[in-house]
Design a protein around this ligand. Structure first.
Ligand code: FAD
Length: 469
């Protein structure tokens, strides 16, 4: 008999509870199923697919070439596997996207009826969303009590489990090759992403090691500065489960407690919070958590949206962020907030248009974190930034990119502009622009909106929504 291990968002061998449990049986059929059909509108975007390709290649290598690849609705694939092999059990680590929960419960039901036991484990979260509830049994909507009271005062996150016992892998005659999943784009835009990342478990471990050596010290303050190396960039690895949050949490907690460690753990806590929101409010990706926002007068402006997507808004820190995303598949958290605020407030675009672009372009695109992040920035989420707090991209740039290293890196046409005007080139006197080799509107765009009037327009829109409430 063989145990099927269904890899999903746990593409690692170490600290993989489902794999460890299955390995105890000795013989494993390890599978990955690309299930776009069931995912529907939440099927992975382009950057995620690129990442996944490399992550699967790495996992396959770690399994000695034994990973079996399939495409199609997962229930059908599993059904056929169970018919073709003598299966003692199916093992997986739980996922929390509403469409996956629904699919997996249905599969579990069918398998159980057939007498094939299903073993589902927690390999992706520090605390299960159904375990962290308020005293009255309802879910938290505010982060601080969720984390401080709900999470930290419950049992501490379990320690990492280490490597699985030795096992033998079994193949299936109908497995595709990795290339058969067709994850890489036709037009090879992905080539620009490659130098920035090493997908897979080893890459994750190396990234964590570097963060512990170079980033953690000073994280609390430094995490807000996109040019500094204080953030971990572990988000895609955590999303695909190439490293577990438990491994990250406990490695970052080794040593005397200090505000940097504490703050880093609270960011892992934000990830738990997003997952808890998605679990308890499965409409999170689609519907404003604050219902009054259904009356918000968003506008449709394709040109403005396109300028934002391409990083040619004429607002340097916004353009730097959008180009970082396009070039690397990642954007620093501070800049995600700045570009998000600019899109939903200064440009009055619905947060969905930003959320969708991020979902397609981010290598860490994650239904829970992305939806929660956009609702937060739009002011309609749980524990959200109040709508009227509108980021000023000029002062944000001056404050968090002092010296301009980040902005100059991604908007090189402004490189020669003095710091004083780097974040507002439209304010630079003509001779200064000339000296820097910039013709505004030609070498670099003039701003597509006036920051002051667009801010006022956003506040008026918010007031009109309030009045209708
Ligand atoms: P670090 O600062 O090193 O933090 C460590 C880990 O903690 C991260 O890898 C991540 O898993 C978690 N984390 C940190 N900040 C947050 C946060 N605000 N919310 C939830 N988890 C957090 N994160 C995603 O993983 N996927 C997304 O699709 C995503 N979309 C976002 C969209 C918007 C509009 C905003 C404002 C934020 C979004 N985030 C998303 C959250 C955050 O920006 C990223 O998790 C973070 O920038 C990843 O970088 P890092 O690994 O270097 O973070």
């Amino acid at each position: 008999d063989i145990a099927i291990v269904w890899f999903r968002q746990d593409l690692r061998l170490n600290d993989n509870p489902a794999l460890i449990r299955a390995a105890e049986t000795g013989r494993i059929l390890p599978v990955y199923i690309l299930d776009d059909e069931t995912a529907g509108p939440h099927r992975m975007g382009g950057a995620s697919r690129w990442w996944l390709h490399h992550s699967l290649a790495s996992l396959d290598k770690a399994l000695g070439g034994g990973l079996q690849f399939f495409r199609g609705p997962a229930d059908e694939v599993i059904d056929r596997l169970v018919e073709r092999h003598a299966v003692s059990g199916v093992y997986w680590n739980r996922c929390y996207e509403p469409w996956r929960i629904q699919r997996d419960s249905a599969i579990k039901k069918v398998l159980t009826e057939k007498g094939v036991p299903v073993h589902s484990e927690n390999g992706s979260l520090l605390w299960e969303p159904w375990q962290v509830l308020k005293g009255d049994g309802t879910p938290y909507r505010v982060f601080t009590p969720f984390f401080r009271k709900g999470c930290l005062q419950a049992a501490p996150p379990r320690r990492p489990l280490g490597a699985p016992p030795a096992f033998e892998t079994v193949a299936d005659a109908h497995s595709l090759t990795l290339e058969g999943l067709d994850l890489l784009p036709q037009i090879r835009w992905d080539r620009k992403l490659s130098p920035h990342w090493a997908a897979g478990e080893e890459g994750a471990r190396e990234r964590l090691r570097r963060f512990l050596d170079e980033g953690l010290d000073g994280y609390k303050e430094g995490r807000d500065f996109p040019a500094r190396s204080n953030v971990s960039r572990l988000s895609p690895y955590l999303h695909f489960g190439e490293i577990s949050p438990n491994q990250v949490w406990h490695s970052a907690s080794a040593g005397p407690d200090n505000p940097d460690r504490d703050h880093f753990r609270s960011e892992l806590g934000w990830r738990e919070f997003s997952y808890s929101l998605l679990y308890h409010f499965p409409d999170l990706p689609d519907t404003n958590l604050q219902p009054s926002f259904s009356a918000f007068p968003w506008i449709e402006d394709i040109d403005a949206l396109k300028a934002w997507q391409r990083g040619v808004t004429g607002i340097p820190i916004v353009d730097a962020g959008m180009r970082e995303l396009w070039e690397t598949g990642y954007m620093h958290n501070r800049v995600r907030m700045i570009v998000g605020s600019f899109l939903v407030k200064n440009l009055l675009q619905h947060w969905h248009s930003g959320e969708r672009w991020f979902y397609d372009c981010l290598v860490d695109a994650d239904l829970a974190n992305n939806s929660a992040g956009w609702q937060w920035i739009a002011g309609c989420g749980a524990d959200a930034a109040p709508y009227f707090r509108i980021f000023n991209p000029v002062t944000q740039g001056q404050k968090f990119d002092p010296g301009g290293a980040y902005t100059r890196r991604f908007v090189p046409e402004l490189a020669a502009l003095p710091d004083k005007f780097l974040f507002s080139p439209w304010e630079a006197p003509q001779p200064v622009l000339h000296e820097a080799g910039i013709r505004l509107g030609k070498d670099y765009p003039a701003p597509i909106v006036d920051l002051k009037t667009s801010r006022e327009r956003a506040l008026t829109a918010f007031q009109s929504m309030k009045a209708r409430d």
